[in-house]
Unconditional design. Structure first.
Length: 658
């Protein structure tokens, strides 16, 4: 193909920078300085947000377009050059830049059309002779190619340009215009399979899945081994919940030989949706040696990186993503995955091939937004009903939820977690539970998922085995509401005074006086479990362990549902080796939804003793850390800290030797 033109800078005088808004003037001036220093990615990061605010500001657009050009971001470069040309169509250099941009993107019929118009309008321009040479080279090479597709002569060039225009519009997300353009082409060539393939993609991206599937099947009736149609149909079927049919279509796709890099990309794309990692790598290897012959080869390298990472080949994955970034500097998916792989294990999402908008058609997301518009803050039931209506209208999304959690990436995880938090349907909660107990996603995302499941009763509170910080660990779920409100009247006024004085004595370690006061209170209220419990604590502090344990057993026998009686008895069982009995006593307490801070302290203390008895210091520390976070002023905290810490043998030896 004819040599692509380089980025052409306009020689006309630009609008003075001082006429720009101050914010934009400063940003563009800094961007021009960064361009001079070849820091193109920084120019992109600086100006892209401003493009949304100033979509028609030529100085900004031309500067950002230059950054895209040097970054080899051909699609965005073309998008901005088209916009600049629409804003200033009478500038010959803008017209030349547009022709060159089409040529760089492989849109040769469009490039030829633009260059011809340039010569018609500016035949005496200083660039006219080089453009005539370009036109001649394009004609010599384009005409035979389009003839193979059945496009002959000037009419053929016009139809080929129409085909390329529909592709550009589709890539830019202008689906309504793209559909109108491709339908004009199909009116002339009803069985042109490339146009039909484009139409099927436009339909699917517009949310018309069934029409997209029917159009892809129509292509396969014309060409049963059309690789692009097989790839598209595999994706459409899979994303609409028809996994078995998608797999059948994928099996046909495997048998078709890919003769171009773009065909290999289509194979890798379909298998990435299916999660067939080895097939993705096979597609990459099919294209090795001629990867640089496609403007979209960076996508193939990225998909290979995801497949390698999911197969445990982390270093190879890094190489594929770096290759993608060499072909397309600033390619966001490759950059995000590389950064993710460099995170500590607990902060990794796991490799993901596509962003959320590539899993869910825009119209599907728009339908969800429409459902949620009626919701007002505080109307949780209305929100739940809106989400449930959405699922009734889009059952394919329910089937897609586990896939989004497995390999959808951070934006997909957040989308599902927010949706599940609102809707809480059984299907969503089961998918969340499986995700929470898997190795996918960050520790934070999985903890959020398991908390939701715990609230709905799908996961028991207390100790759960989860993948945390890169290893399987026993994690404590705190699904309780912790409060410090007064616990209500437990004693008569006189007994209340005696108990308050006794507790003050305990704090001063005047244990004998505490015992006397507790016994006086007990005379007023014989058998009161709370008074008996405090008396048992006083015995223990006096070193009367046997009497304390006898009283604990008496309390539990007489008051089996008394919270502190249960925790004390469980502690006794743990220390005497009756671990099963201890666990059975504590299990009902874990199911409570609301705990007083003192109850939390007692429960954590009992669970710590049980964990230590099982020689599981990690679990004991987890209970301690949870208590420390929820109740930092707990009076027993330091005592419990000493229990969960590993013995410092060197310090102990020093003490012995002193």
């Amino acid at each position: 193909m004819a040599k692509s033109g380089s980025h052409r800078k306009s020689k006309r005088r630009r609008r003075p920078a001082v006429s720009l808004p101050r914010e934009l003037h400063r940003a563009v001036r800094k961007a021009r300085e960064l361009l001079e220093r070849k820091r193109y990615t920084e120019v992109r990061q600086l100006l892209e947000p401003l493009e949304q605010t100033y979509p028609d500001e030529l100085y900004l657009l031309s500067t950002l377009a230059q950054a895209y050009h040097y970054l080899n971001d051909r699609r965005n470069y073309l998008r901005l050059v088209e916009r600049v040309h629409k804003l200033e169509p009478d500038d010959p250099m803008n017209t030349l830049a547009l022709g060159s941009a089409y040529q760089m993107e492989g849109r040769f019929a469009l490039a030829l059309r633009v260059f011809r118009r340039f010569l018609e309008r500016w035949p005496e321009h200083e660039e006219a002779n080089p453009v005539r040479e370009q036109v001649q080279a394009l004609e010599e090479e384009v005409l035979p190619i389009i003839a193979e597709a059945g496009f002959i002569g000037e009419e053929g060039i016009a139809l080929a340009a129409l085909h390329e225009e529909s592709q550009v519009l589709m890539e830019q997300g202008q689906y309504t215009q793209a559909r109108a353009t491709v339908e004009r082409l199909l009116a002339e060539r009803p069985n042109f399979v490339s146009a039909l393939n484009n139409l099927s993609q436009i339909l699917f991206l517009s949310g018309e899945a069934q029409q997209a599937i029917a159009t892809a099947r129509r292509v396969l009736e014309i060409e049963p081994e059309n690789l692009h149609a097989l790839s598209n149909l595999t994706r459409y079927l899979y994303l609409t919940g028809q996994a078995e049919q998608a797999e059948q279509c994928a099996n046909r796709l495997r048998l078709v030989e890919a003769r171009t890099v773009d065909a290999c990309i289509k194979k890798a794309e379909a298998f990435s949706y299916l999660g067939d990692d080895q097939a993705v790598l096979d597609a990459y290897h099919e294209a090795e040696g001629w990867i640089d012959k496609s403007s979209q080869a960076h996508l193939l390298c990225h998909l290979a990186g995801v497949a390698a990472a999911r197969l445990g080949q982390q270093e190879q994955a890094r190489q594929y993503w770096r290759q993608a970034l060499e072909l397309y500097p600033g390619f966001e998916l490759a950059e995000q995955n590389l950064r993710d792989l460099s995170q500590p294990p607990g902060q990794r999402n796991g490799a993901w091939p596509f962003s959320l908008n590539m899993w869910l058609p825009k119209r599907t997301v728009d339908d969800l937004v429409t459902q949620l518009k009626v919701w007002k803050k505080g109307e949780d039931q209305a929100l739940k009903q809106s989400c449930q209506r959405f699922f009734e209208q889009h059952p394919e999304v329910v089937a897609l939820i586990p896939i989004l959690l497995e390999r959808g990436g951070p934006d997909s995880h957040e989308f599902v977690l927010q949706l599940a938090s609102a809707a809480r349907t059984p299907e969503l909660l089961v998918a969340l539970r499986d995700f929470a107990l898997s190795q996918q996603g960050t520790d934070r995302a999985r903890l959020k998922a398991v908390t939701l499941c715990s609230e709905e009763g799908l996961v028991d509170r207390g100790q759960v085995r989860m993948w945390m910080q890169g290893e399987w660990q026993e994690v404590i779920l705190m699904g309780w509401e912790i409060h410090g409100e007064p616990e209500g009247q437990r004693y008569s006024p006189k007994a209340e005074q005696l108990m308050a004085r006794g507790m003050e004595c305990i704090r001063r370690l005047d244990v004998d006086e505490a015992e006397r006061l507790f016994k006086q209170a007990l005379e007023l209220e014989p058998g009161n479990p709370s008074i008996l419990n405090n008396l048992a604590a006083a015995y223990n502090l006096q070193g009367r362990a046997e009497e304390s344990e006898q009283l604990i057993q008496q309390i539990h026998q007489q008051h089996p549902d008394y919270f502190f009686g249960r925790t004390n008895m469980a502690t006794h069982y743990a220390r005497t080796g009756k671990l099963v009995e201890a666990e059975e006593l504590l299990r009902p307490l874990l199911a409570k939804k609301r705990l007083h801070m003192s109850e939390l302290a007692a429960l954590c203390g009992a669970e710590i003793e049980l964990a230590l008895a099982r020689k599981n210091r990690k679990v004991a520390r987890s209970w301690f850390e949870m208590l420390q976070q929820a109740y930092p002023d707990c009076p027993h905290l330091e005592l419990l800290r000493a229990r969960v810490q590993k013995p410092d043998w060197r310090q102990m030896l020093r003490r012995i030797s002193e």
